[in-house]
Design a protein around this ligand. Structure first.
Ligand code: FES
Length: 660
């Protein structure tokens, strides 16, 4: 037998030094540069989550050798200069890698208004029903004759002075209780969470904070809309029930993928899920910091938080593995989240503040939709109502107060400006509405913030396609009329396109155009959503024309031009009065749940009542989708207003385009 100590086979390692941060890390040979930057928590975008498709995860190898498996999007000069696609480049020895500084985009600065409490369809009186309340107490000091414990003494005072018979406190509060009471000379204010949202179990009020003397502090709540793209936080004053401020930012997880599928893929990487959870928390924390500074409050004065997000976002916020959401049969780990404390989640609010996450219904119908159904009021109406939230996914709910049926269809990122050559998010300079003159075929457009045009956002894409169709520049199959008497329709680098803004007219260094393949992508996206409407209706034996109200929620929805969305067959051809824009319904639902504790039960009821229709298992979806792959649809009889508009402008679906 050998005397040598047992040794394990050692993995060969190499060091990577990152500049300009100066950080050095040891990694096994064969590690991708993207995994290495994740381990160091450096900021490198990975919109396709490391699949080698987007070419955006660029870093520069300044010293040492690497193995490149793909150079997606890089030109020879860049490769010679050391640029590499991080997710496709692997460590073969010690190296030095430069991580370029990232330019931060700003979020569309408007559209954060939220409904006042009176206009929310609440089932309770918000003025009397927030969960968090504060009471002033004058506590009898202890003596040899009265040796009751500090906590029982506080309970006795609460019962005698405010009629609150029961109270409970968790260990962190109890640890500081003795000192807090004595330092305040037994005159304190206590902030309590009056009722807990633990399903229907009754729990006594919970002690969140003790303040010395009379209450001179703020008692605030924060409602968070945790979107895949952007995150909005509303600061609510519990004393008045009013929103006093809001802040928004891009979800920092964008660096790990543009859409939920990319993020789920990213979560599979080593420490990927950990990073995604950290970025979600960090995004919310930055907003809390901003609200705190702007409003002169302390973070410990944030006593409660509600969060509404889609199922993937909820899983990632809680650090739950999202892999099973994506694989058949598409099962979430949880539908209703346990009530969490801000401290355990890492949120910079009062560490004992409860965080209430809106419940999901299925893998692609999440808390943003249950919150939306609550804030839209459809859960309490007799009218047959269709609620829709259009984004990367088209999520929709059909029903009345007695039943709710939901589904989600993948529209892809087209309506958020993704996958379209000159598409962009709705930030300054994005073309957001377009009109094309019948006679000259010249466009006029408006941009976000009236900034020089740099691209086209979702609402602009819908407008532009609607205009191209109704002027006959695009036919019902999505083909451009190459014989049109305008130089704006051209074939550029072999690709047919319509130029909406010439280089030099706006802020882009190239012509901004919509290509035929962009149009194909948009038609597919709108077809998926319209097919979802049809399948929902047919499942319960009603016709789209029977729907009495169509409620459009979601941050993007408020910018859609109804008439033009009908023109391309994205929305059903119903009288305009039936449509209502509700704004950010996800945020409004989170806000309602903060204002009114009973709403939290209503949200759970809605989630339990809602049936989720898995479209991938529905045979009729593909048929409906195929029928909708035309402008506006194969069956024009369902689109009388579009037919009338085409005829009025001399562009009946098969008629030649009118020109002067
Ligand atoms: S190519 Fe690397 S993340 Fe997309």
């Amino acid at each position: 037998m050998s005397d040598a100590p047992a040794t394990k086979a050692r993995t060969a390692m190499a060091s990577i030094t990152f500049t300009p941060s100066g950080e050095t890390i040891e990694v096994p040979l064969g590690t991708s540069l993207l995994d290495a930057v994740i381990l160091c928590e450096l900021d490198v975008p990975a919109p396709c989550a490391g699949q080698g498709r987007c070419g955006r995860c660029r870093v520069r190898v300044r010293a040492g050798d690497v193995e490149r498996r793909s150079n997606a999007g890089l030109v020879s000069a860049e490769i010679l200069d050391g640029w590499a696609v991080a997710c496709q480049t692997y460590v073969t020895g010690s190296i030095e890698v430069e991580v370029p500084e990232r330019r931060r985009e700003t979020v569309r600065p408007h559209g954060h208004a939220i409904a006042e409490p009176e206009s929310l369809p609440l089932t309770c009186d918000w003025r009397q029903d927030p969960a968090v309340r504060t009471f002033e107490l004058d506590i009898e000091p202890p003596s040899l004759a009265d040796n009751t414990s500090d906590f029982d003494r506080l309970r006795r005072a609460l019962a005698q002075q405010h009629g609150i018979e029961e109270v409970r406190a968790e260990l962190p509060m109890l640890r500081r209780l003795g000192k807090d009471l004595r330092m305040a000379n037994w005159k304190v204010s206590v902030t309590l969470e009056m009722r807990d949202w633990v399903y229907d179990a009754y729990l006594p009020p919970r002690l969140i904070r003790i303040y010395p003397g009379a209450f001179r502090h703020a008692s605030m709540g924060v409602a968070v809309d945790l979107g895949t793209t952007s995150v909005v936080a509303y600061l609510l004053d519990f004393a008045t029930g009013r929103v006093v401020d809001s802040a928004s930012a891009y979800n920092k997880q964008i660096a790990c993928g543009d859409d939920v599928i990319s993020r789920i893929i990213y979560a599979k990487r080593k420490r990927g899920l950990e990073r995604l959870q950290h970025l979600a928390v960090e995004t919310i924390n930055d907003l809390l910091d901003e609200l705190q500074k702007r409003n002169g409050i302390e973070l410990y004065e944030i006593h409660e938080v509600t969060v509404a997000g889609n199922t993937t976002m909820t899983h990632l916020l809680l650090g739950l593995d999202p892999q099973y959401l994506r694989a058949e049969p598409y099962i979430p780990t949880i539908s209703a989240s346990p009530v969490l404390e801000a401290g355990e989640l890492g949120l910079r609010a009062n560490i004992l503040a409860h965080v209430h996450v809106m419940p999901s219904v299925g893998s692609y119908v999440g808390g943003d939709i249950t919150a939306g159904v609550i804030s839209s009021g459809m859960f309490a109406t007799d009218k047959l109502t269709l609620f829709i939230d259009i984004g990367t996914n088209g999520e929709m709910v059909l029903g009345t107060k007695d039943w709710l049926l939901s589904c989600a269809c993948s529209a892809g990122p087209a309506f958020e400006g993704g996958g379209v050559g000159d598409g962009m998010r709705a930030s300054p300079g994005a073309i957001e509405d377009v009109f094309i003159a019948d006679d000259t075929l010249e466009p006029t457009f408006r941009t976000v913030d009236d900034a020089p045009a740099v691209g086209i956002c979702g609402s602009g894409l819908i407008d532009l396609l609607g205009e191209l169709f109704v002027t006959g520049l695009v036919d019902k199959s999505g083909h451009l009329d190459r014989s049109a008497p305008t130089d704006r329709v051209r074939v550029h680098d072999g690709v047919p396109e319509y130029v909406v803004c010439w280089a030099g007219e706006g802020g882009a260094d190239h012509d901004i155009a919509l290509t035929e393949s962009d149009i194909t992508g948009l038609i597919r996206a709108k077809a998926a959503i319209y097919a979802g409407f049809e399948v929902l209706c047919r499942s319960v034996g009603v016709d789209l024309a029977d729907v009495e109200e169509i409620l459009i929620g979601g941050a993007f929805g408020q910018y859609i031009n109804i008439e033009k969305a009908i023109r391309i067959g994205l929305l059903p051809d119903q009288p305009v009065e039936r449509f209502k824009f509700l704004g950010n319904t996800s945020a409004q639902g989170a806000y309602a749940a903060l204002l009114c504790v009973n709403i939290r039960h209503d949200v759970l009821d809605v989630a339990a009542k809602m049936t989720y229709l898995e479209l991938s298992a529905d045979n009729s979806f593909m048929d409906e989708y195929t029928s909708a792959l035309f402008l506006p649809h194969t069956d024009l009889s369902g689109f009388p207003s579009v037919l009338a508009a085409l005829q009025k402008r001399g562009n009946g679906s098969d008629a030649p385009r009118a020109t002067t």
